[in-house]
Design a protein around this ligand. Structure first.
Ligand code: SAM
Length: 223
């Protein structure tokens, strides 16, 4: 019998109407760090089947907008706050991603999420390297798609390149915290890197800081 049939979080998600057990990962992270707020514009990379969209849309409410991107079909959500783009994040230009938020006009998102995962091979190093590629893609795109002061949640499969990825994230955000929420299976090497308050003065398309000192850190971010 597949493991997920025995899984507590899988059963909970089914019972509560969430599209995936991943719902509880974002919920745990956001409840600790308070990243998403009412009225926010949220970009969800690798969003299918859509449980993070469900979580985010409830928090942003009627004044917010959530844009989800995935290689796979994304079943529509009943609320009008969610926009969907089917495609490869690598190939979708910023202008299209921003325009899909209309009628809300945004120059960048308040929060960027990535639960993107490569097709796993079962070979640890290969899966880790592919996951790193996706994370580096997210950081690259975040330099233009995430506003100064905005927040990031990004999944990675841990491995030898993990410390370097954390360092790269630290170059972009005032505060960086790794988190492994309870719904991440014990056997999984997945970790979530939470970047809070994107630094200002990072040249678009690069990680080169050009200005700005660290602002005060809220309590919810401190450990
Ligand atoms: C673990 S699932 C996401 C689950 C989602 N957070 C939820 O709550 O329903 C990972 C997704 O990342 C997507 N993905 C992987 N690489 C991608 C890419 N380059 N562009 C867009 N989506 C990608 C996959 O198609 C897959 O649906």
């Amino acid at each position: 019998m597949p493991r997920q049939l025995h899984d507590h979080w899988f059963k909970e998600a089914k019972r509560e109407g969430w599209r995936s057990r991943a719902y509880y990962k974002l919920k745990a992270i956001d409840e600790k760090r308070r990243l998403i707020r009412a009225g926010d514009a949220v970009l969800d990379c690798g969003c299918a089947p859509g449980s993070w969209l469900q979580y985010a849309e409830a928090i942003v409410g009627d004044d917010g907008v959530v844009v989800g991107i995935d290689l796979q079909e994304i079943p529509p959500l009943p609320s009008g706050q969610v926009r969907r783009i089917v495609g490869d994040l690598r190939e979708i230009e910023d202008d299209r991603i921003l325009a899909v938020a209309e009628p809300r006009r945004i120059e960048a998102f308040d929060v960027m999420l990535s639960d993107m995962a490569p097709n796993t091979t079962g070979h640890r190093d290969t899966d880790h390297l592919r996951s790193l590629d996706l994370c580096n893609l997210v950081l690259d795109r975040g330099t233009t798609l995430l506003r100064e002061g905005g927040h990031l949640v990004m999944k990675v499969f841990e491995g030898s390149g993990y410390p370097e990825l954390v360092e790269r994230t630290k170059a972009m955000f005032e505060v960086v915290r790794p988190m492994r929420p309870p719904a991440s299976r014990n056997v999984s090497r997945e970790m979530f890197i939470v970047g809070m308050k994107r630094k200002g003065g990072v040249k678009p398309g690069t990680n080169e800081p050009v200005a700005g000192g660290p602002p005060p850190v809220p309590d919810a971010w401190s450990n």
